[in-house]
Every structure is written in structure tokens, then in C-alpha cells.
Design a protein. Structure first.
Length: 326
């Protein structure tokens, strides 16, 4: 049962305190290592083919190094006392989760909208999305916030917990490294098309199962919360694969169907217009309360997955105990 209680403890710790700024965060170290590795590669490589080959070094060194360092730390602390290693594992897994940070970011936008402070709402949204926000009206501010919260249920909560369940803090930290790599070098633009391909592909693979599991949890959550669960399931089936990401469409389409709104549409990135496929049906006008509803769905799906982790661990221990008694 230790694995289950470690995951539960990590989730509760993140829900309570999030990521205090005065505590050094592992992602900062990962970011510095990624930047240093990129500088080293670019100083020695100039052709596209060579950059593509060198791109494999990012997952190997950054994700592999994160796994090895975390495993080594847990092992050494275990030699001091098993309880020390357990506490460390809880704390380390908590740093890979961002449920409180995601909720706080969404609710900050909501508070500004509630106060009809549109400029502040646009600025807050601009802190969590890549699109231009300076001229968005209220429904578009809501859309951007809902899309961001829904998409990040996967990589900020379910995926790290999924890998913690499989491989504890080392694998959860390796996943966080993969996700950080994707956010820094996994772009399909001229600068990173060749260098970041391996990081982007690995991030897609790593989130494949958690994204689909998240959609299922959101559908069940919509039913429990008396939202449109049938609509959520229908939108996942119809619209999830329309998203340019192989994974992000699953939580976004589930949330759109559950709330009875339409996500996607026209966005502007650095002055360049872009269209993203629609998800869901516009049965009503989007409103600020949709941010609150999405946050509730996020917490329901997160809590449900923690329960799933506990049940899986309980089942493994029970099966192991039955085999020993034989």
C-alpha cells in the first residue's frame, strides 16, 4: 500500500500548497539543462540532418538523467531511513503535479471577468496561453481559459500520476522532463523542426494513454456532476481527433460536450491568424462560470484518478498476498 499512500500524499500536498516560489523547483533545473544542451549542440552542428540526429540526445540525457538522479536520491535517502525516502518521494511527485497552479491560473482570469476588468483578464490569460490576447472579448477569454485548463488536466495531473503509479518518483520526474522538453524545443517551426522532433514525438507517446483515460474520467465526472455526459462522450468520439495534437483533443472535446459549448476557432499568434478545428456544439453563449465548471471537472477527474491508483495498488497487493499464502 505504500505506493498508493505516496500518490495520495503527493496529490494532497500539491492541492494544499502547489509550488511555492521560495522552494527550488526541479523544472527550473531541467530548463537550464535543456538550454545548456541546446547551446552545446548548436555550437557543434549546423546541418539539418545532424540536428535531427542530435535531437535524440534531449530525451536520452534530460529525461534519462532526471530518472537516474531521482532514483539515486531516493535510494540514498532510503539507506538513511525508509521513512525519509517516502517523504522525499511524496515531495518529488508533488512537484510533477500542478493541480493547484492550474486552478489558480484559471480562477484568476475568472475573478477579473467577474469584476468586468477585461484588460486584467486578458493579461492573466496571456500568462498561460501562447495566443495574442490583447483584443479578445469575454467569450474568447473564457474559451482560451477553458481550453488551457482542459488540455492541461492531462500533462499537469493525470500523466504524472499515471507514471508515478508505474514507476514512482523517478518515472514521474522523467515524464515531467519529457513534458518540459516539448514545451521548450518541441515546436514545428524553423528553429526546432529538426532539433526538437524526438522530444515532441516522445511527449505525444507519453500522453497517449493518459489523454484517453482523462476523457473517460471527464465523461464519468460530467455524469456525476449532472452535466451532459452523453454529449461529452459524443464530442470525444466525433471531434477529439480533429485537434492538431494527437492527445489534446480528448480532454478539450470532453469538456466542450459536458458544458454544451464550442471550443476551437480562430486564434492569433504573434500577429498571424490560425484556425483550430471546432470541438463541441454552441448550444449557448460561453460565460465566465464555464471556467469554474471546468475547474470542478478537473478536480473531479484528478480525484477519481487518485482513487483509481489506490484501487490498482490495493489489487496488486491483494493478489501478491494471495500468492504468498499459497
Amino acid at each position: 500500500m505504500a505506493g498508493a499512500w505516496i500518490i495520495i500524499g503527493a496529490y494532497i500536498l500539491d492541492r494544499c500548497i502547489g509550488d511555492p516560489r521560495w522552494i527550488p523547483h526541479p523544472v527550473i533545473g531541467m530548463g537550464k539543462a535543456i538550454s545548456a544542451l541546446e547551446r552545446a549542440i548548436r555550437s557543434r552542428v549546423d546541418s539539418n540532418q545532424a540536428l535531427k540526429r542530435a535531437g535524440v540526445l534531449f530525451p536520452l540525457l534530460i529525461a534519462g538523467g532526471s530518472f537516474a538522479l531521482t532514483w539515486g536520491l531516493i535510494y540514498v535517502l532510503g539507506l538513511i531511513h525508509p521513512a525519509v525516502s517516502v517523504v522525499a518521494e511524496v515531495a518529488l511527485i508533488a512537484t510533477t503535479i500542478a493541480s493547484k497552479g492550474l486552478k489558480d491560473a484559471g480562477m484568476e482570469v475568472y475573478r477579473h471577468l467577474s469584476q468586468q476588468d477585461w484588460p486584467a483578464a486578458r493579461r492573466s490569460l496571456g500568462m498561460i496561453v501562447g495566443r495574442d490576447t490583447a483584443h479578445l472579448d469575454e467569450p474568447e477569454i473564457v474559451r482560451g481559459t477553458v481550453e488551457t485548463v482542459a488540455e492541461n488536466i492531462v500533462d499537469a495531473i493525470v500523466s504524472p500520476l499515471f507514471y508515478a503509479l508505474i514507476g514512482g518518483a523517478p518515472l514521474a520526474m522523467a515524464y515531467r522532463a519529457v513534458n518540459t522538453l516539448d514545451s521548450m524545443v518541441g515546436y514545428k517551426n524553423e528553429k526546432y523542426l529538426h532539433l526538437g522532433w524526438a522530444s515532441a514525438r516522445l511527449d505525444d507517446w507519453a500522453n497517449w494513454i493518459p489523454a484517453r483515460l482523462t476523457a473517460l474520467l471527464l465523461i464519468i465526472g460530467a455524469w456525476c456532476m449532472k452535466m451532459d455526459a452523453r454529449g461529452a462522450a459524443r464530442m470525444v468520439s466525433r471531434d477529439a481527433r480533429l485537434h492538431p495534437s494527437p492527445n489534446s483533443g480528448f480532454p478539450e472535446s470532453a469538456v466542450a460536450g459536458a458544458l454544451g459549448i464550442r471550443l476551437g476557432g480562430h486564434n492569433v499568434y504573434h500577429g498571424v491568424a490560425s484556425f483550430r478545428a471546432y470541438m463541441g456544439e454552441p448550444t449557448r453563449r460561453m460565460e465566465a462560470e464555464d471556467i469554474v465548471r471546468t475547474t470542478r471537472l478537473m478536480f473531479w477527474s484528478a480525484g477519481s484518478f487518485v482513487l483509481v491508483c489506490w484501487l490498482v495498488t490495493l489489487g496488486i497487493w491483494s493478489a501478491g498476498g494471495a500468492l504468498l499464502w499459497r
